[in-house]
Design a binder for this molecule. Sequence first.
Ligand code: 3PG
Length: 210
Amino acid sequence: MDVLSALSARRLVPVVVLDDAAYADQLAGALVEGGLPVAEVTFRTSAAEEAIRAMADRGDMLIGAGTVLTPEQVDKAVAAGASYVVSPGLSRAVVERCHEHGVLALPGAVTATEIQAALELGITTVKFFPAGTSGGAAAVKALAAPFGDVQFVPTGGVNAKNLAEYLAIPAVAAVGGSWMVPRDRIKDGDFGAIAELTADAVALATTPSP
Ligand code: 3PG
């Protein structure tokens, strides 16, 4: 299965901010226990590269790199074992470096102009970020109309309450979010809570919409 199909099958992408790579393995264990062997590990902290390596080395998870802003970070992410690369916005340099490495690039795009620019770079799946403040599910639906071949991964302000609204849209491949991996829970080492939050999120994502 390719990476996009695997993400679409899971429907949920936990967006992880790790302050210390020492927690990476336990966090990965909690996600697996919760039924979601996927993580987008963000380059918002200096622990990202080591954390990606630790999680990817387990061999039981699909690991992406998030908040990737430069081609150099693409190199680091791929060398550490990331299978896909997510950016908050659209950068030609980042997308091209991903293509050189043969990894999926998932850049951010929230306007028709940004989506057209992504299409010109060969991208057909975009991160719709920040989803909540960019018009939410209504905006995704409106953009899906003219861009019939584009898939969206809404992220930013997605939570247990509004998840179903996004997942009900056929053009939505998956949603991303940090609500099941709160940074303070990771810092406190409360991996039992993370496994529970994850299991709850998985249950919601797999409940058929009414
Ligand atoms: C991201 O980097 O994708 C977002 O910060 C995740 O957004 P959230 O914290 O609102 O879920």
